[in-house]
Design a protein around this ligand. Structure first.
Ligand code: GLU
Length: 519
């Protein structure tokens, strides 16, 4: 029985550096972070790189950068200050000789055994079982009797092989027909018969532990109290529970919580990188370039998402505090978070909702703050714009339709050299258009104090006195100022551009419409 109650909460995120961190990984890290913060505990980053065949260069650095961008930084571990349990990378822990003594303990206590089977012999066993119509061929309490291991071979034979340096693996000895009963914080009680488990490899003769051994030993040594991880690890849980028992660590066994899958937007299966490519949304927090293929996958950061919006969306992907809550600050999420309110069934990823979150967070900024962000956007685009006092006004006008800071940018505010959508305006040009524009110019000239309100009043009295409709004058006016046939309030745009620029653009518009379109 786990007795974690009196221990300081310590949780860990334990990714394998096999590529970019996907959304499922981000959510696992986030829930660990929220749980640790809520309970005043520690959040540890441990890199599980025992499977060297799957090692991808750059993946570890990516994980650290991604957690940092998300603002869910561990307070202990690789990249975040190593604490008393250093090293935190399993390949380094292997070099430090940490795992060997634990394998020896299991061997000595009869919970594990040496196996010398070659890959060919293992394959042969699988083929033989398949021919005998065994659905899932396994190395287990039945098949191990006919294989080359320290349970089936004479002791001297085993000694000889070990002395000769023959390659071996150490396997867990799973007993026959025992009932394992254990608890998952999200799924409740689970009962598994050991007949359904196989004798997993724990250790190889090159001294490298496998995931299972390193994971259990490290959780124990690092005093982990709660293991919060993805559902794909649930099938390993019986073995892990059994290992805690065999080591004699049952009273130090962490509590387990297996998080539900993140599903495709239509709910049909697990969300994959291909869904992101197909539906046009990133599945990685940061852009990632596959070092092998060179393929670049987009990231939420590069798409212009605010980390807080992204994290808010991720927090509610599988957990909900109840009620009608959508927007949660980090502090609120920490205060409200509980494993009891994590769902059992998969959480559908919602692309629209993700955009919506960013829009909501964008709107929470003041116009001044957005103005500064817009200034950075201009810098990125190499546009020099000195009238910076206008940026908050532009941002205020544009933010209603914007999801991202980049959406606040419209070329016509910053240069008169913007593109004109002549095709759209050609459809609106009528016989009286030229005259309307000329008169509009003269009428707007009369506005003394150039404010949006005054421009609007003048425009309205102009169309009333000329007896023309708004639809006859407005598109020409808008086209001249912005090159477009639709957009944000034109009177505000005119006020931001200033009187001189507005007059210049009306003249240019007139010329374009009547020399280029209506030649
Ligand atoms: N290294 C495992 C992974 O890549 C960790 C699983 C666990 O948290 O126990 O997801």
């Amino acid at each position: 029985m786990a007795t974690t109650e009196n221990r300081k909460v310590r949780v860990r995120f334990a990714p394998s550096p096999t590529g970019a961190l996907h959304l499922g990984g981000v959510r696992t890290a986030l829930y660990n972070y929220l749980f640790a913060k809520k309970h005043g505990g520690d959040f540890i980053l441990r890199i599980e790189d025992t499977d060297q065949t799957r090692f991808v260069p750059g993946a570890e650095a990516y994980i650290i950068e991604a957690l940092t961008w998300c603002g869910i930084c561990p307070n202990e571990g690789i990249g975040f200050g190593e604490g008393k349990h250093a090293p935190y990378r399993q390949s380094d822990r292997k070099e430090a000789g940490i795992y060997k003594k634990y394998v020896e303990q299991l061997l000595q206590d009869g919970h594990a055994y040496y196996a010398f089977d070659t890959p060919e012999e293992l394959e042969e066993m699988r083929e033989r079982l398949k021919r005998a119509k065994v659905a899932a061929p396994q190395y287990n309490h039945i098949t191990r009797q006919n294989m080359k291991n320290s349970l089936s071979l004479p002791v001297e034979d085993v000694q000889k092989r070990l002395a000769a340096g023959e390659p071996y693996v150490v396997r867990m000895k799973i007993p026959k027909n025992q009932e394992l009963r254990f608890h998952d914080e999200i799924r409740g009680w689970i009962v598994v018969n050991t007949d359904n488990l196989d004798d997993k490899v724990l250790y190889k003769s090159d001294g490298m532990p496998t995931y299972h051994l390193a994971n259990i030993v490290d959780d124990y040594l690092m005093e982990i109290t709660h293991v919060i991880r993805g559902e794909e690890w649930l099938p390993s849980l019986p073995l892990h529970v059994f290992m805690y028992q065999c080591f004699g660590w049952a009273d130090k066994m962490p509590k387990f919580a297996h998080l539900p899958l993140i599903l495709k937007p239509d709910g049909n299966g697990k969300l994959s990188k291909r869904d992101g490519d197909r539906l046009g949304f990133p599945v990685f927090p940061l852009q990632w370039q596959d070092p092998e293929t060179g393929e670049i996958s987009s990231g939420y950061r590069e798409k212009g998402y605010f980390p807080d919006a992204f994290i808010n969306m991720m927090a509610l992907l599988g957990w909900h505090p109840g009620g009608n809550v959508d927007i949660l600050s980090r502090e609120e999420a920490i205060n409200l978070f509980s494993l009891e309110r994590v769902g059992k069934s998969g959480a559908k990823f919602d692309v629209e909702k993700t955009l919506w979150y960013n829009q909501q967070y964008l709107r929470m900024y003041s116009d001044e703050e957005l103005g500064l962000m817009l200034a950075k956007e201009l810098e990125k685009r190499n546009i020099s714009f000195t009238a910076t006092e206008k940026l908050p006004q532009i941002a205020a006008l544009m933010k209603e339709r914007a999801h991202f800071v980049a959406d606040l940018f419209e070329p016509f505010f910053f240069t008169s050299d913007f593109a004109y959508d002549t095709e759209a305006i050609a459809k609106k040009v009528k016989e009286n258009s030229k005259e309307v524009m000329q008169k509009l110019l003269l009428s707007l000239e009369k506005v003394n104090t150039w404010t949006a309100e005054n421009i609007e009043t003048q425009f309205k009295s102009f169309i009333a006195s000329e007896n023309i409709s708004q639809g006859e004058a407005m598109p020409l006016f808008r086209f001249s100022l912005t090159g477009r046939s639709s957009g944000a309030s034109l009177f505000v745009i005119a006020s931001i551009l200033g009187k001189d620029e507005t007059m210049n653009r009306l003249n240019t518009g007139l010329r374009i419409i009547f020399t280029e379109i209506n030649k």
